[in-house]
Structure formats: C-alpha cells, structure tokens
Design a protein around this ligand. Structure first.
Ligand SMILES: [Zn+2]
Length: 495
C-alpha cells in the first residue's frame, strides 16, 4: 500500500458571510488578479495557512501528487460583504466539478474551507460542495477538509466528506497545523491506515464572536479540554465550532465534532463529554467579556488615564465597514487627549487626498467616515494638520493631528489593528499615546493584551441596532429562530 501512487485534488472555497450586509458577494468579487487560482498558484496562495500546512506535509509522502483545481480565493470584499449570489456560487462550484472530472481520477480530495459561507438558495454550502465532489470522485475516494472555528456546521458535511479539521484558537493561530493534520490523516486514510469514524453534536448555544477569545477562561478551558482529549487518545481529532452568528443560516450555533480511527464508541464518548462541558459552561461563555456603551467606555478611558493606568485600548468591536465614527465622535465630545484613532475607513476621502497630493504639513479640514450604512453613523468634521500621507500595504493612509495631541488615521478600507507597533510603519511614535481607539473583535489581543502592552482594555459598541452587535436579538434573522438557543430562549440539552 505504501508504494501506491496517490493523486489528491485540492479545492478552495471560503467566505465568512455577514448576511445582514446590504452588498451581496458577487461573481466579480471573486475575480481579480490571482483569483481564481489553479495548479501551483492555488497551492501556494497562502503558505502560512491551512493550505500551506496541507501542501507541506502531503509532499513529505512519496508517491503523492497534488493537483490544484481552479478555485476562487477569498472575495475582494474580504469579510465585508453579504449573501453570496446564486450565480457566484453555482459558477465556481460548476467550474470546480468540471475541473475534477477533467483531471481525475483521484484517490483523495482536500477542501480548503471556512465554514461560514452563506449562499442564496443553498442552505449548507460546504456540505453541498462536498456532496457534489463525492458524486465525481465516488465512495472509494477520501475527502478531507479544513475549517475555521467560526464555521456554521452540522452533521451534513461529514455525511458527504470523511474528515474535518478546524482551528482551535481565536485568534486563529493554528491554521497551518490543521492543514498538516488534514494531509497526514488523508494520506493515511487513502492507504487504509486510518478509518475515519465521526460523531457530530450540535449544542443550542449562540454567541457573538467578540466573546469567543480563547486566550483566557472560559473559552481557553474549553479548548484545553479538547486538546487533552487529543493528547490522551491516539488518533482522536476534535473540532469545536463556535459558530458565526452574523450569518442567517439554519446551522448556526455551536457544534462539536469528533473523529476517531474506527472507534465509534470513543467518538461518541468524547463528543458527549465536550458538548456537556459547553452546556454546563454556557453562562460563563456568554459572560466572558464585558462590553460597554461608547459613552461609558470613553468615560472609563478618561478615568484610566487619570489613574495612570495607561496605555488604554478602546476597542469598537462592532464596526463591520471600518467607517464607523461613533467612537471618534465620543472621543471628541469627552475631549480626550494623546489619543490615537486607528482607523476610520473612507475610500472617497483618501482618494481625493491622494489625487491632490496631500503631504505632511498640509492643513486638514474634512468631513470623514460614516454614511456607508446605518451602522457607520454620520461623518465627522476634523480640522488639523496632516502628519503623514503614505501608500502602504495596498492602501492610502493619512495621519491627521487634531485636538489635544490626538492623531486620526484615515485608511482606504477597514483596518483591524492587531499590533500597536505595526503603526510605526506610518512614521508614528507609538510611545506618546495614552489611548488607542481601534476596530477589532479579538485579533487585537495578540498585540495589546497577551503581551501585557495595554494596562486598560475596554470593549465598546454603540447602542444603536447594528451589524456586529452583541445584541443578536436586534438582528433581523429570517432563518434562525433565536429562541431555540441559549441565552435567547430556554432550550434544553442532554446527550
Ligand atoms: Zn474565524
């Protein structure tokens, strides 16, 4: 069996769809230089991701050939677009299926997925893709996938595919590792050395993503328990899907998935243990992070400065467009000083500043931000002096000094500041700021929290009904019945 030649097809189709956004994710959004990709271009598109890990390990086996089937990469809109249109979904799946037929036969397929795609007319896109791949490659082939823990998944996917490997950490540090595992287990399965048996359990718990940071209890404890199961039992793999509540799809909420090597009883046992753990911890999971109103958060930031508990990081976790001005407006209203606001996305303003060759030293007087949609609020007039105007990482950045030693960074697109020192690239001295007002949910923890940088961390969101809100009951769900989930109803759960 070891000398058997193995051909593995590789496909990619990923999106994290915020179905409440007005702009749909269209065919054109997936088409840009580099996407769709096939062959080596697909295999190499993100070497540090699950794809990178998969390719690295799969190529450590002799006699394994990887074939990159033409697939769309992430849409240009990133995570800033709504429902994937029927046209886009069917177009790319059709292309992938045609590619599989043309290049086959295959002993194995690797699907590089996210899990929170929402497509019009297809209730479970990842499971639908797996079903259609299965039709082509047949029951004898093995299908493995990697997922983001924000995937909305239920048993449908593994009814079609054989194996799934989801990242465990949020921020998602372990994509490469899960890709490595997927490759090793897929090759073993093809060679008959791993017989995947799985158990999937859905737990009626739904949570806003801002609460799901795995760097501290209780989410850290939950992941630790999954890691312990993987450590103590040979060939056991555990996926805990936290779910993505901003996609209005039928399989939202938390899901536990356990994979074993031909041991159904063990899969059942581990899945039951972890799902009951989630159920017992549900209250703590939902109360892991305190969220303040914007006004309260800014007042607390003032207080922290007065107490020398700096640097303070004020985090608007709810902004999905990058253009939201609620926090900026309140910082001005409460007259904060030595504050860095990073960033307000305003494509129009940055384009006009670029066109007029804005440069350091120029006076600045513009209405900026807001207006993109209701959740972004109104634009705000800023009068000050331009400190820097630079092209960096594919967008135009303008730093404006205003008020009492405050600096506002204007960007072209939504920017999630994860590391304070990344802003040094714009020529700013990070050491002079007492308050950092940023847009992020969890990713900022790596540069502001895990390393002890910020003395005070305040997560805020506006009171208005918004997109990325923790008040899920303010969202206009059509397909999800919130009352069936804790904490919005009184569901019962047992295994
Ligand atoms: Zn994620």
């Amino acid at each position: 069996m070891k000398d058997q030649k193995i051909r593995i097809a590789i496909l990619h189709f990923s999106h994290e769809t915020v179905t409440f956004l007005p702009n749909e994710t269209t065919l054109e959004d997936f088409i840009y230089p580099g996407s769709p990709a096939k062959g080596e271009d697909l295999l190499r598109f993100d070497p540090r991701s699950s794809m990178g890990g998969f390719v690295k390990v799969a190529r450590e086996f002799s006699n394994v050939e990887l074939i990159g089937i033409e697939s769309p990469l992430w849409p240009k809109t990133g995570i800033g677009s709504g429902w994937v249109t029927q046209e886009a979904y069917q177009h790319f799946v059709g292309k992938m299926i045609a590619g599989l037929k043309l290049e086959g036969p295959f002993e194995g397929v690797y699907l590089c997925l996210h899990g929170a795609m929402a497509a019009h007319g297809v209730p479970r896109p990842e499971a639908d893709l797996a079903r259609r791949v299965r039709e082509v490659v047949g029951r004898r082939a093995s299908i493995a996938a990697t997922f983001d823990l924000h995937g909305n998944e239920d048993e449908a996917f593994l009814e079609q595919a054989d194996m799934a490997f989801a990242v465990k950490y949020y921020p998602h540090y372990d994509g490469y590792l899960q890709g490595e595992r997927a490759a090793r287990t897929l090759v073993r399965a093809i060679r008959g050395d791993y017989k995947p048996v799985h158990k999937t359990i859905k737990i009626p718990v739904i949570s806003p993503t801002v609460l799901q940071w795995t760097g501290a209890p209780p989410w850290m404890n939950l992941i630790q328990q999954a890691l312990v199961w993987e450590a103590r039992e040979v060939d056991v793999y555990v996926n805990i899907f936290f779910g993505f509540p901003f996609a209005d799809v039928p399989d939202v909420g938390m899901t536990v998935q356990v994979l074993t090597n031909d041991n159904a009883q063990l899969a059942e046992h581990v899945a039951q243990d972890l799902s009951m753990t989630i159920w017992r911890m549900r209250d703590a999971l939902l109360n892991s992070t305190r969220i303040y109103s914007i006004a309260d958060g800014v007042a607390r930031a003032r207080q922290a400065v007065a107490n020398c508990s700096t640097p303070v990081v004020l985090v608007d976790h709810s902004d999905r467009s990058g253009s939201a001005t609620w926090l900026l407006r309140e910082i001005i209203a409460q007259n904060l000083a030595n504050t860095l606001i990073a960033t307000i996305a305003d494509a129009k303003a940055t384009a006009s500043l670029r066109a007029t060759h804005a440069k350091a030293g120029d006076p600045f007087d513009m209405e900026i931000g807001g207006l993109i949609d209701e959740s972004a609020g109104q634009s705000v007039r800023i009068q000050g002096t331009i400190l820097a105007a630079v092209e960096n990482r594919g967008q135009f950045w303008v730093c404006v000094e205003f008020g009492r030693n405050n600096v506002l960074i204007l960007s072209t697109y939504l920017v999630q500041i994860m590391e304070p020192f990344s802003l040094n690239a714009l020529g700013l001295d990070i050491g002079v700021f007492e308050v950092f007002a940023i847009k992020s949910r969890v990713h900022f923890r790596r540069g502001f929290d895990d390393n002890g940088f910020a003395k005070t961390i305040l997560l805020v969101e506006p009171n208005q009904p918004l997109l990325g809100t923790t008040f899920l009951d303010k969202l206009p769900y059509k397909n999800v019945k919130l009352g069936q989930f804790y904490p919005y109803g009184s569901p019962t759960f047992s295994v």
